[in-house]
Design a binder for this molecule. Structure first.
Ligand SMILES: [Zn+2]
Length: 48
């Protein structure tokens, strides 16, 4: 299963895929991907 980038709403065109985990963890969605566009400041790591 693949979804559009959840970071920017698919604006960057990057596709994320769902990590297949144990069934008991199905309530928690895990998506693997990277936003190819600008990263919101709130998600950027703090400057050193
Ligand atoms: Zn994106």
């Amino acid at each position: 299963m693949v979804i559009a980038c959840p970071v920017c709403g698919g604006a960057c065109g990057s596709a994320w895929r769902r990590a297949v985990l144990d069934s008991r963890d199905s309530q928690t969605a895990h998506w693997i991907g990277r936003c190819a566009g600008a990263v919101p400041a709130s998600l950027q790591p703090p400057a050193p």
